[in-house]
Write a protein that binds this ligand. Structure first.
Ligand SMILES: [Zn+2]
Length: 134
């Protein structure tokens, strides 16, 4: 926005740049990327430090719509409290039992799904009973 010779408006009280509506998206996007998608709080603090009159709701909506941030957020209910760190094949596997008693396939009632944490290979084994083979 150009008013006379000036390119930016400054708020008299705080001496911060007034971000006009037409530039808000670009300003939020620029700050958010400069902070390397640091999240709402840091983005808001930096914007508040440099500009005046950027609505908080707009920043929240921007962060919620940011594809990089939404893919990076942790799950609300973590699968386990400790990270699974495996550095060798078959050192650590995860086994899930899928109950198919309502959709029987002959005598098979369950599927044991196993996943190796190192290679991320998965395999499934049909089971007739729920007990381990001995
Ligand atoms: Zn982001």
């Amino acid at each position: 926005m150009h008013i006379g010779e000036a390119t930016n408006l400054l708020l008299k009280k705080s001496k911060k740049t007034v971000c006009v509506r037409e530039n808000m998206y670009d300003v939020i996007c620029s700050i958010h990327q400069d902070l390397q998608h640091a999240g709402y709080k840091k983005t808001f603090e930096e914007l508040k430090h440099q500009y005046s009159y950027i609505p908080r709701k707009l920043i929240v909506a921007f962060i919620n719509a940011c594809s990089i941030c939404t893919n990076r957020w942790p799950m609300l209910t973590p699968m386990s409290s400790k990270p699974n760190i495996a550095n060798e094949y078959m050192l650590q596997v995860q086994v899930d039992l899928i109950d198919l008693r309502t959709q029987l396939d002959g005598d098979y009632k369950y599927i044991a799904h196993t996943r190796d944490h190192f290679t991320h290979f998965s395999w499934a084994i049909p089971l007739k009973i729920r007990k381990p083979y001995t």
